[in-house]
Design a binder for this molecule. Structure first.
Ligand code: MV4
Length: 500
């Protein structure tokens, strides 16, 4: 087993990885930018090294500097977390060339799955159903149009180099086709430095359901069931849950098998996620594979009981998977709410500033994966996600009730957050009923925002009323701080006067 691991990341995911390392007796090395000199991940680590200015292109994305720190600190492996260098083929190869273990899949698997057309081609050689569409990026408009006509409109134009919805365009008719391809190519070019686009059949009201997989270096591959991720806003996930309220056991087993087959097809090693779209007839299609640990991995940890980061590390160290498929069981229900430093009432504009007050929920079945503390400043340099609240209970309704309770306990003062927005979703009848698909947010946007406005006003009213009451108690001399031995507080006399 490794003795020391460098974590090439920041924020909640850096802490998440460090926690598993520490439980495994592994020392952790942090790296940090100018903006993160006193960040939680720096204070948590055994050693921390400065790697550059605040912009991530000059720090957390600086391959050479990170490798240099790994070598000088004697780290035997690098965990990239998610985002930043986690899906960078060049970085993964450079790490391995330097004789350091990259805690993630082989560079070749990252490359295959990172190119969405290459991934589709590779998947077409398997039995896994793929969304109908083109195998190659569009290079001939006329040929592409005839394919689009054969698939049938509406079609979707997607970026080959992207994923996650950027550069995506719905085309309703042949007349709009050429124009849309041009726009999608320009958008993809500026977003990914790669203007190749391809076509997929546009599925109506699909569910986004992804499967967690684990693969070791010895050819063992298992899946750890699914996460339902259909609650998204502009392709940004808001809430995830497991099990999915939409699929039944037989479908779960077939999709799990397909996820395992996907991992095998690209000789995958490590933890990965296979994304599927499931249509209203419960037909599923391969969408893409994410070759990293995902933000929402705790949902799977809560229902299966496994530590996915520990599994990643054991796999990277060459161990044989200690979990067999038949051992994997899903127990109860888990829900995750992503808490962003964003103002939901201002079109989710990023909110920066000082966290002046902080109350993190806890209690039974309540987990918060974050990296925030009172007094710290949220800067505009990095992803605005502050952390994730994950609640577990024995059934879906109890898990949602618990989540609601925890969100009510949650208070972050000084910046705007999506805490109340998550509450509006959790409380929404359509979400509660479990019958929702990827159109949930656009469909219920107005009612969610009305609810949000009402709960913000309620918070202000409660704060005002509390203040008023507090003042009145002080002026009437019944405040607890004014009680003495001779003049005990009402609370005490009430207790003593109580019959037992
Ligand atoms: C689709 C689709 C319908 N048909 N692909 C959006 C983000 C990207 N990861 C994939 N996305 C979609 N791809 C086909 N062929 C609908 C979506 C989609 C969506 C997916 C997941 C969650 C929310 C969504 C909202 C709108 C559209």
């Amino acid at each position: 087993m490794f003795k020391k691991i460098l974590i090439a990341n920041r924020g909640e995911i850096a802490l998440r990885v460090m926690r598993s390392c520490r439980e495994m007796g592994i020392e952790v090395v942090a790296v940090y930018s100018d903006a993160d000199r006193t960040a939680p991940h720096v204070l948590f680590a055994d050693e921390a090294y400065h790697i550059g200015p605040a912009p991530s292109t000059e720090s957390y994305l600086n391959h050479a500097k990170i490798l240099e720190v790994a070598q000088s600190s004697g780290a035997e492996a690098i965990h990239p977390g998610y985002g930043f260098l986690s899906e960078n083929t060049d970085f993964a190869s450079e790490v391995e060339k330097a004789g350091i273990t990259f805690i993630g899949p082989p560079a070749e698997a990252i490359k295959t799955m990172g190119d969405k057309t290459m991934a589709r081609q590779s998947m077409l050689r398997t039995d896994v159903p793929v969304v109908p569409g083109t195998e190659e990026p569009i290079d001939d408009l006329e040929q592409a149009l005839s394919i689009a006509k054969r698939i049938g409109f509406p079609v979707l134009i997607k970026a080959a180099g992207g994923g996650g919805g950027k550069g995506m365009r719905i085309v309703e008719s042949a007349e709009a086709f050429n124009d849309a391809v041009g726009k999608a190519q320009r958008e993809s070019g500026s977003a990914f430095g790669d203007d190749r686009v391809y076509i997929e059949k546009y599925l109506e009201k699909p569910h986004h359901i992804e499967f967690q997989i684990l693969a070791d270096q010895h050819g063992n591959v298992i899946h750890l069931n699914e996460r339902e991720c259909s609650i998204q806003r502009r392709y940004q996930k808001v809430i995830e849950e497991s099990p999915s309220p939409f699929i039944h056991d037989e479908l779960r087993q077939r999709m799990g098998q397909a996820a395992v087959e996907t991992a095998r097809s690209c000789h995958y090693v490590g933890a990965g996620t296979v994304e599927f779209l499931v249509d209203k007839h419960k037909q599923f299609y391969f969408l893409e594979m994410n070759t990293r640990l995902q933000v929402e991995h705790p949902v799977t940890e809560m229902v299966t009981g496994y530590d996915l980061v520990a599994e990643q590390i054991r796999i990277a160290a060459g161990e044989v998977l200690s979990i067999s498929q038949s051992q994997v069981q899903s127990m109860g229900h888990a829900v995750e709410c992503r808490i962003y430093a964003e103002d939901a009432s201002q079109d989710f504009a990023p909110s920066t500033g000082n966290i002046v007050m902080l109350q993190i929920p806890d209690g039974a079945g309540t987990r918060f994966d974050g990296a925030i503390r009172q007094g710290m400043t949220i800067t505009p340099y990095y992803d605005p996600m502050l952390g994730k609240l994950i609640c577990w209970a024995s059934d879906r309704e109890s898990a949602l009730n618990r989540c609601e309770r925890a969100l009510r306990e949650f208070y972050i003062g000084g910046i705007e957050t999506t805490i109340q927005f998550c509450r509006a979703v959790i409380d929404h009848p359509q979400f509660r009923s479990g019958t929702y698909d990827t159109h949930f947010y656009s469909l219920y946007k107005d009612s969610l925002h009305d609810q949000l406005k009402a709960s913000n006003e309620e918070t202000l009213l409660v704060a005002g009323a509390t203040l008023y009451h507090h003042q009145k108690r002080i002026s009437h001399g019944t405040h607890s701080s004014e009680s003495t031995v001779e003049n005990p507080s009402k609370w005490r006399s009430n207790q003593q006067g109580r019959k037992t």
